[in-house]
Design a binder for this molecule. Structure first.
Ligand code: GDP
Ligand code: MG
Length: 449
């Protein structure tokens, strides 16, 4: 998927404004890319339709940079389908909150049960796990192991221990186990009950019946449908079968640590309209995250495409200017207040890209730097420098108390502002000197953050 989108966006970048033909060509590429990622066909159709419509509207034709606008539109549409803002668990007014897990065998339900239990425990909840998968004796043992690791009790029937009060014989039916588990949670005041259920390799009527019988016995507050992110085109039929057979309130994507590109996420969310709430990202108990639609959208868009945007930002940071500065410094000339002002203006240009950076993965640092940078700073700095005499600009060391007051009055600032600016400038100057010595030019101008 990533390669495709990368080349699509690369094509866009070399062009100026977008024509309808451009947009159609792009939309075709996006369609192909999504199909490659195993997003279901109807989902791809509605998705590309929405992107095309938005791209054709004034939004893009008025934009400075069409490629960025398309990235933004694709990203926003992805986030919208993936569930917009992250939803939290629906907690019962009268505990325990009952969470039922459903999904095919091997989807990752039992593993998730432990992860979710640990997650809730760390939030101060007191979960109880219930082993209502009696398909194989191993399933019960597996949940017990997981529970032990998470430090969360497990309610389970046990083949070799039929006497104890909270332990049902192994032959008991899963519905009975679930019901008894709920009673135990009440008695022992667990505020959350997580019910693990059996799965089959494929969807079948017995499985659906059992899951819905358990559902009726425990009246869950949440039914989480666990689905393997690598499932591909089958995601839609499987999700639809569970939606019709048992119903679910949220989705958990498992095995997102593999090379699943998110196709299943898009399909399931789009076809069932249910939000993806959690992601399982490995075999360890801590490989678990609250699902963030925006991050998944970035993952689908992939870093490669996003690099395009960064290149744009670098272009904004006037290359000519940079070269001139490099030459000056290499020739042993000083970095002056005027140079400093010019750099601040470059930063200001980049500041207008801040929103765009907001959606990019791995741009945290750059974003932070820009967040700390106030555009009004530049205007103030400009006013101060303009109020200095040429001699003061060349050699700020001569700025004494009376000069400071004069500059402050002239620029509508305070002497403290002048001191701050001079301090920042000194820092920048030092940095430029070091860089001139090292021979390299900065990727970012000094004085940030
Ligand atoms: P269940 O049949 O739905 O209960 O699925 P399990 O929880 O037993 O998981 C099936 C297999 O997938 C096990 O070997 C798990 O260790 C593995 N598994 C579950 N979740 C993940 C995950 O997020 N990443 C990886 N890599 N493996 C997982
Ligand atoms: Mg299981």
């Amino acid at each position: 998927l990533s390669d495709r989108l990368t080349s699509t966006f690369k094509n866009l970048r070399t062009k100026g404004r977008l024509s309808e033909a451009d947009i159609d060509a792009t939309v075709r590429e996006i369609r192909r890319a999504l199909l490659d990622a195993d997003v279901a066909v109807p989902v791809v159709r509605s998705f590309t339709g929405a992107v095309r419509e938005r791209a054709l509207s004034a939004e893009v034709s008025a934009a400075l940079n069409p490629a960025q606008q398309i990235v933004k539109i694709v990203n926003e549409e992805l986030v919208a389908i993936l569930g917009g803002d992250t939803r939290t668990l629906n907690m019962a007014k009268n505990p325990p909150t009952v969470i039922l897990l459903a999904g095919l065998q091997g989807a990752g339900k039992t593993t998730l049960a432990g992860k979710l239990a640990l997650h809730l425990k760390s939030q101060g909840h007191t979960p109880l796990l219930v082993a209502a998968d009696l398909q194989r004796p191993n399933a019960v043992t597996q949940l017990q192991v997981v529970g032990e690791r998470a430090g969360v009790p497990v309610f389970a029937p046990h083949p070799g221990n039929q006497g104890s009060d909270d332990v049902l014989p192994f032959g008991a039916d899963p519905v009975g186990v679930a019901r008894a588990g709920l009673e135990t949670a009440h008695q022992r005041q667990h505020d959350v009950l997580i019910v693990d259920t059996a799965g089959r390799l494929g969807v079948d009527a017995d499985l659906m019946q059992q899951a819905s019988d358990i559902r009726d016995a425990v009246s869950p507050d949440e039914i989480l449908f666990v689905i393997d992110a690598m499932i591909g085109q089958d995601a839609v039929t499987t999700a639809q079968a569970f939606a019709d057979g048992v119903g679910f309130t949220g989705v958990v994507l498992s095995k997102l640590d593999g090379d699943a590109r998110g196709g299943a996420a898009l399909s399931v969310a789009s076809v069932t309209g249910r939000p993806i709430m959690y992601a399982s990202t490995g075999e360890k108990l801590t490989d678990f995250e609250v699902f963030h639609p925006d991050r998944m959208a970035s993952r689908i868009l992939d870093m490669g495409d996003v690099l395009t945007l960064i290149e744009q930002a670098e272009k904004n940071f006037d290359a000519e200017q940079t070269e001139k500065m490099a030459g000056k410094l290499a020739a042993g000339e000083d970095f002056t207040l005027e140079d400093f002002l010019e750099q601040m203006n470059q930063l200001k240009k980049m500041g207008s890209m801040k929103k765009m950076f907001g959606m990019l993965p791995g741009m945290g640092q750059m974003r932070e730097a820009l967040d700390n940078f106030d555009e009004r700073d530049v205007d103030r700095i400009e006013a101060i420098i303009r109020s200095m005499t040429p001699a003061e600009r060349r050699n700020p060391k001569i700025i004494n108390g009376s000069r400071r007051s004069r500059i402050a009055a002239g620029s509508g600032t305070t002497p403290t502002d002048i001191n701050q600016l001079l301090q920042r400038f000194e820092g920048a100057q030092k940095m430029m000197k070091q860089m001139a010595k090292g021979g390299g030019m900065p990727g970012m101008p000094p004085g940030m953050g």
